[in-house]
Write a protein of this length. Sequence first.
Length: 472
Amino acid sequence: MVNSFLEIHSNILGSIREPLIILDRDLRVVTANPSFYRTFNVKRDETEGMLIYDLGNRQWNIPGLRKLLEDILTQDIDFHDFEVKHDFETIGRKIMHLNARRIYDQGNQTHLILLAIEDVTDREYYKKHLEELVEERTAEIRKLKEQLEAERAYLQEEIKLVYNHEDIVGKSDAINYVFFKVEQISGTDTTVLILGETGTGKELVARAIHSTSLRKDRTLVKMNCAALPSNLIESELFGHEKGAFTGAQSRRLGRFEVADGATLFLDEIGELPLELQPKLLRVIEDGEFERLGSSETRKVNVRIIAATNRDLQVEVQKGAFREDLWYRLNIFPITMPPLSDRLDDIPLLVKFYIDRISRRLGKDIKVVPSGVMDALQQYHWPGNVRELENVLERAVINSSGPKLRLVDELRKPRKDLAKSVQTLEHVERDYINRVLEQTDWKVGGKNSAAEILGLDRSTLRARMRKLNIRKP
């Protein structure tokens, strides 16, 4: 029977690509197929008759192989896919699946052992590599999912806002120069500072810059630095960990993480508290920051567009704005002109807003009398385009037919009125100073300045910060 089996092995099993080796009952090698010699780099005359553990200068003295042949196989007739890992001196590390079977003679005594060896080194390597790759990609997907969820939450907040403009309208030299500046900066990641009076459309310019940039496929993330008290601005910008402060029930991504790979528009940058300006400067220079309540440094790639209606150079001289931050923001300034410098654009703006407002209100305004247009073009528009839109909306509401009926009495300001408007901020600063001195600079609480002025303590502090009022 044994001779017959060996003859079959020689004639048939010898052509099998999987390494095969036949052992006698003493675990000595009887024979092996060519694949075994080739795979494990051993010779026939150095193999046959040898104890399997002594092969290759005892390289086959493998604990896992001993366990299979001496323990497991003595209890079972065969065993499959027994994994063994071993470092061979000649061929390096191998991962093998061993399949062993006892072959009995006619007396039901173990006569031979057939050992098939499947080399799964490459398969296990690629499996492990694939698992690592899947784990890495899963982490990336988890990060992107978290970022997208934060971005979606941010967009849901943005949808609730009412934007004043849908497009930049105009053909005057002043607005054409803005177009030229936007085209100049397109295709770059340079920081931009947009300057201009309230209501001129600075956010609109920011959106135009973003839409022509390399990051246009991502959302323009917006943050109004004047919309929140100073103790919440840091959390909004840089995020916080759970428990970072009272009320922080869960971790939250800040605007910088939401805008990673995109553009962040910092509106009213002149209102950013002085104590937060170094942290913003660090992100602009190095792209690094820490969430509130965390010591882990995070790195982001964010393009910054900032806007303000303040003269930041004057704020620097007052000590209300850091000079180094101003230099970093003022790389490419764009000034949005006031509407009083764009009188040629008023007819285009009037048509644009009347059409849009009429559709929204279900009106059909077709005619703008020349007297109405003259009044609109002769007015000085201290509130700029935003004021023009409000005036036109009131006019459309009060127009019962196809002709626009202007309800606002647009008058040129008297010189003495203009003077009083210019000094209003000074009057407010002086009055708040007097009240603070009267209360010995007690901002909140009973008999405080906030109580006398009829303001919340946080509102008074915001006004003090804006007016640069400080305790002497």
